[in-house]
Design a protein around this ligand. Structure first.
Ligand SMILES: Nc1nc2c(ncn2[C@@H]2O[C@H](COP(=O)(O)OP(=O)(O)OP(=O)(O)O)[C@@H](O)[C@H]2O)c(=O)[nH]1
Ligand SMILES: [Mg+2]
Length: 275
């Protein structure tokens, strides 16, 4: 496989006895649910930021059938720039959309960034530098020194910090970043390959940190932006799902579940999706 004429590293291609030396590539997933208003700016800024990086890359927009013109906008941009791709699903769920995009690329470095401009695309080269320097995961971090929560009110800050605090017992200090709930990060494919992750919910990074194989992590600070347009998808359902995820991860830690079970329900073994 190639991106933009350049070969990409395929870790799953084990049948090749002597694979040629290939350069790694990056696939950045941008999940969208009714984000037509900000998408042109997000894609423009992401393309500009990535144009400076030294490895092949692609942007994969995974849209859950928004029906607000998102697909048309991306198709138009993709027809002029082969580094941009659109995938449309008929299901819902942020983590599932990210995993779906990662499953549809053979890139060695996988990433995710929101579509509402709360994640500055200009941070991408710095995140990529961390992975190219040998980190398994590079996290755009609101809680690292120099980062911040922007204009969040005290209540949202309290909820965010309390949610974060609940993750500490799940993570050994060596893989305990300051912001394990960030939605903006890059990960090396081998750190997550063949681990089945939940497809619902918003906190895929936490599950990757707890259940994946990453051993060294770095954080790049950033200030969480204001939603530029459109409406938040993070409602009460997202909070409930977070507690469901935490319950499953704690139960697994305490040996109450088989290692392959997550979320406290055996059926989730088949619902989980791996890369
Ligand atoms: N494909 C897909 N994308 C989703 C889904 N839910 C949310 N998203 C996208 O995931 C990103 C994060 O969602 P947001 O609503 O911005 O969540 P948030 O940033 O925690 O909340 P706000 O601060 O209120 O914006 C955005 O790009 C959404 O469009 C989903 O079910 N499917
Ligand atoms: Mg947002």
């Amino acid at each position: 496989m190639s991106i933009d004429g350049n070969p990409v590293l395929e870790f799953t291609r084990r049948s090749m006895p002597h694979p040629p030396k290939l350069v790694p590539s990056l696939a950045l997933v941008i999940p969208t649910l009714r984000e037509a208003a900000t998408l042109p700016a997000v894609l423009g800024r992401a393309i500009a930021a990535l144009s400076a990086v030294a490895i092949p890359w692609e942007i994969v927009v995974v849209d859950d059938n928004s029906g607000d013109g998102t697909a048309e906008i991306v198709s138009r941009i993709a027809s002029a720039d082969s580094r941009v791709r659109l995938l449309v699903r008929r299901s819902r769920g942020l983590s599932g959309a990210i995993l779906y995009g990662w499953r549809h690329t053979s890139a060695a470095i996988l990433g995710v960034m929101d579509a509402d401009l709360q994640h500055p695309p200009e941070l991408l080269p710095r995140l990529l530098d961390q992975v190219l320097a040998g980190r398994d995961i590079a996290i755009a971090s609101r809680y690292a020194e120099g980062g911040g929560l922007g204009a969040w009110n005290p209540w949202r800050r309290f909820i965010s910090f309390s949610s974060l605090r609940l993750t500490w017992p799940l993570l050994p200090p060596s893989v305990r970043p300051r912001d394990p709930l960030s939605g903006f990060f890059l990960v090396r494919r081998p750190s997550i390959e063949r681990v089945a992750f939940r497809t619902t919910g918003f906190k895929l990074l936490l599950e990757i940190l707890v259940r994946g194989r990453a051993r060294n992590i770095s954080e790049v600070p950033f200030i969480f932006g204001e939603r530029a347009s459109g409406r938040s998808k993070a409602g009460a359902g997202v909070a409930l799902d977070y507690f469901h995820l935490l319950a499953g991860l704690y139960a697994r830690k305490m040996g109450l579940l088989r290692a392959t079970e997550i979320g406290g329900r055996r059926t989730e073994i088949t619902e989980g999706v791996s890369v």
